[in-house]
Write a protein that binds this ligand. Structure first.
Ligand code: SF4
Length: 508
């Protein structure tokens, strides 16, 4: 086929350890693809539909495919979970339907291009066939497909510089106007600061794909700020600095050479201050992953770096820590980051810097804890170690915004995949899961006690007379209001009672 001049992007949503693209979040893929097409020729056209929009109108989708040279499907929700804002494209059958109804060739991008569809925690994905599979940076592939045609587009797996991606992301910011959450005003755009993980130097964690991306490559702070400026001009008001393995080491001169880079508070100040200067009335500026091992190894520098974040961000932020397990045997076999005492150091420091309450009702910055079940080396003792960590946190009066306990996703190419072909969760898992639920309920009562006023909530769903609202945020708290309210409305509510993962509230 000839050059691609018209393209339909179908966003089947992505959820990766470093990158969230389920509405109201928009990850980099669609922006890169849109921008790359326009960079080649500004008269090229790109349409954007979410998979939920396609599901509502399959006939309209089929008609639109007649007008384009290529359908680009983005998919790959690698992290299992239910989402309030949309249902990811997970089933191979649904992807087959997209292909069957399309008059144009179909390309697949995002994690699904490498790992298939259908895999959730504890299972392996199944491969899917597409006319083209884009496993590398989508900007590069689309750029070449627009120049020479898809047959000649190379799938450069990983990049060693951001030259084209930077330009594509800035040019592609325009695609936000076609996103359903754009009009609501809660569209939250995922920002990337670097690729890969510092720990690739030492092999990285057994289950993780990030070390396979090679040594980290950093984006120039000016390009990130330029991208935010472009997005802000189009009306985006919420930003999530989530596309990197550890925000604390962005800008560190050691990133790429050391397994545990020393954080650079100055680099973070430039980044956050730069964003604020071009987006003065933003509603949300949040982070995502923070490596607890960075904080425990560099406590003073990390504290200063966290202070910079809290100085410029918006409240309700979460430093998501992939602790995974503090069982020494599991930590060793899987090359994890911290043992119990080091995890506590990290949680204490984040509390020290971030636990003050902010204007939107939530503490400024709290830790989030991720545990993984089914890692090689796990035994029934594993749950005792993890439980001991939670107990210590509670005894010390520390706050944690949320705990995620998920089953291992076995991904080909990872160390865990070569260590085990089947995810086996040890005895005692169910008891630990229930313990975590109860623990979270007690914790959430402290994080949002009755009477807390939560501002800037957006009603995202109404079901059986209950409205579900969330603030635009990195890890938003779900607020239930027993009253049907217009979807998309912005409200203020007062907390009545906390459950384990949500709160019951009344309109203010
Ligand atoms: S620290 Fe481990 S889990 Fe986190 S990105 Fe690096 S290798 Fe992956």
């Amino acid at each position: 086929m000839g050059r691609v001049r018209r393209m339909l992007i179908v966003d089947g949503y992505t959820d990766e350890p470093a990158g969230l693209g389920v509405p109201p979040y928009l990850d980099v893929y669609a922006r890169e693809a849109y921008g790359a097409l326009k960079l080649v020729d500004s008269s090229n056209e790109a349409y954007y539909l979410t998979i939920d929009e396609v599901r509502k109108d399959w006939v309209g989708y089929a008609e639109l495919t007649k007008k384009v040279d290529l359908v680009l499907v983005i998919a790959g929700a690698l992290v299992p979970g239910k989402y309030l804002g949309g249902e990811p494209l997970r089933s191979p059958q649904e992807f087959e339907r997209l292909k069957f109804l399309s008059s144009a060739p179909v390309a697949l991008a995002g994690p699904a291009a490498s790992f298939g569809l259908g895999g959730t925690g504890g299972s392996v994905s199944s491969e899917v066939e597409a006319d083209y599979r884009i496993r590398g940076r989508v900007a590069h592939w689309v750029y070449e497909a627009a120049l020479w045609g898809p047959e000649s587009a190379s799938d450069a797996l990983w990049i060693d510089n951001y030259a084209l991606v930077d330009k594509a992301l800035i040019r592609g910011s325009e695609v936000v106007k076609q996103h359903p959450n754009y009009k609501v005003g809660n569209l939250t755009v995922e920002l990337e600061t670097y690729s890969g993980c510092a720990r690739s130097v030492g092999g990285g964690c057994s289950f993780c794909l990030a070390p396979l991306k090679g040594r980290p490559v950093q984006r120039d702070v000016r390009k990130i700020v330029e991208e935010v400026e472009a997005l802000y001009k189009f009306g985006v008001r919420s930003f999530r600095l989530g596309r990197q393995s550890d925000i604390l080491v962005y800008g560190s001169p050691d990133l790429g050479t050391e397994e545990w880079p020393r954080p650079s508070p100055l680099a973070l100040r430039r980044l956050f201050q730069g964003i604020r200067s071009v987006a003065p009335s933003l509603i949300t500026l949040h982070i995502d992953n923070v490596n607890p091992g960075t904080i425990s190894r560099w406590p003073e520098e990390s504290e200063l770096a966290l202070k910079e974040i809290v100085r410029w961000h918006t409240p309700g932020d979460v430093a998501a820590m992939g602790i995974e397990s503090v069982d020494p045997r599991v930590v060793k076999i899987n090359n994890l980051k911290v043992l119990l005492d080091d995890a506590l150091v990290a949680i204490r420091i984040v509390n020290k810097v971030g636990r003050n309450r902010g204007w939107n009702g939530l503490p400024h910055l709290l830790p989030g804890i991720n545990f993984i079940a089914g890692l090689p080396g796990e035994s029934k003792e594993t749950w005792e170690y993890n439980k001991a960590l939670l107990d210590r946190i509670e005894e010390e009066g520390l706050l944690v915004r949320r705990v995620n306990l998920r089953k291992l996703s076995l991904l080909p190419g990872t160390q865990a995949y070569s260590l085990t072909k089947k995810v086996v969760v040890s005895k005692g898992y169910e008891g630990f899961r229930k313990y975590v639920m109860k623990w979270q309920e007690r914790m959430l009562k402290k994080v949002v006690p009755p009477g807390t006023v939560l501002r800037n909530l957006v009603v995202e769903k109404v079901e059986k007379g209950v409205s579900y609202a969330r603030q635009p945020a990195s890890y938003p708290l779900t607020v239930e209001i027993v009253k049907p309210l217009p979807v998309g409305s912005w409200i203020t509510a007062v907390v009545k009672r906390a459950h384990s993962r949500s709160v019951l509230a009344e309109l203010r």
